[in-house]
Design a protein around this ligand. Sequence first.
Ligand SMILES: Cc1cc2nc3c(=O)[nH]c(=O)nc-3n(C[C@H](O)[C@H](O)[C@H](O)COP(=O)(O)OP(=O)(O)OC[C@H]3O[C@@H](n4cnc5c(N)ncnc54)[C@H](O)[C@@H]3O)c2cc1C
Length: 351
Amino acid sequence: MPKSQKGVALLKEIGKVNENARELLEKELPDIAKDIDEENRIPSSFIQKLRDAGVFDPRDIRELLEMVRISSRSSPAVGHLILINGTAKLLLNKNLKKSIIAVSITEPGGGSDVKANLTTKAVNVGEKTYINGTKFFTSNALYADHFLVLAVTDKGPTLFLVRKSENVVVEPMDLTAMRGAGISVVHYNNAPVEMVVGEEGTGLRNALLSINIGRLGYSVIALGIAEGLLLETIKYAKKRIIFGRPLTEHQGPRWMIAELYSKIELLRSYISDIVKDDKNIDPLKASIAKVEGARLAQRAAWVAVQLKGGRGLEKGSLTERLSRDARALDIGEGAREVLLDFIGHKVSKIF
Ligand SMILES: Cc1cc2nc3c(=O)[nH]c(=O)nc-3n(C[C@H](O)[C@H](O)[C@H](O)COP(=O)(O)OP(=O)(O)OC[C@H]3O[C@@H](n4cnc5c(N)ncnc54)[C@H](O)[C@@H]3O)c2cc1C
């Protein structure tokens, strides 16, 4: 085993990943991750390689999450792309092989309170249905072949599948985090519907099913970020000689490394336990994993900068990129406070 892979081998898998996908995500992705962040876009040649390697068609939830985790060690944006597509496909249960799906729920009027601010409409004209409205923060939109859109009908909020066309206008957002994940404003201008997902009026319930896996997936992005930062920090600290010995030979830094590795192990084992029964992801556990995962990734960002000293503040470095992405984990797939409210409510009912 090459020396650079030794650390990664210590981190036990959540699921089995096909070899082509692993090669791309573990070996090729780290070399282009900085460019993806700078350009706010994944090169189309790399997207094609991901399609061909089956990254967008995972065999099960464990393979999906393991791919998200490996990617997030160098490029959480690519992990995010894989995750959002994977959650949509699990919900759709339709053969859309190799295609990429975007999820369009949030509107300019707000995200946490989805129902109150929903203005996107679905209108029937003869046999056909058309979508009109504007969505914010639609991940994957830049690369998507299909869009899963929440829109209102006479029966209430409903999920629709819409194919990419000139009636779907995508404007990439210039965020400081998850750069390259294709997060965009999307305008649906009389966009024809390909399929209604589930029963009319059940859109919010269906969206929640997908958000549930998304929340667990966010904890896996957090795990990948924490691992990426830990591996980077140890590599640096071993070479950095301070007061006559490597930084890793000082007790303070060793304690910080011990704390991160222990928490990574705990999170990994908690996530593995949640996906043991992949048909029933417990929403309470998925929310706990997300909240605690985000906290761990943000702590890892703090430790990385602390142990790398001034070098930890270099713009464009892996430390800087992963730190920005770690911050977004408390917002996407449900703000931290919304999840804490949900956890507190559930736990109070149990005991
Ligand atoms: C990286 C990223 C990816 C995303 N991807 C998608 C996507 O693919 N598709 C999509 O549709 N949307 C996506 N979103 C949008 C996301 O779902 C919303 O950002 C999220 O739901 C929060 O909504 P908001 O940003 O409008 O914040 P708001 O709803 O305005 O909330 C702002 C803040 O208010 C506080 N708050 C809110 N509710 C409560 C409460 N009940 N109690 C206490 N405090 C509260 C929280 O601190 C919260 O951070 C993404 C967002 C991010 C950051």
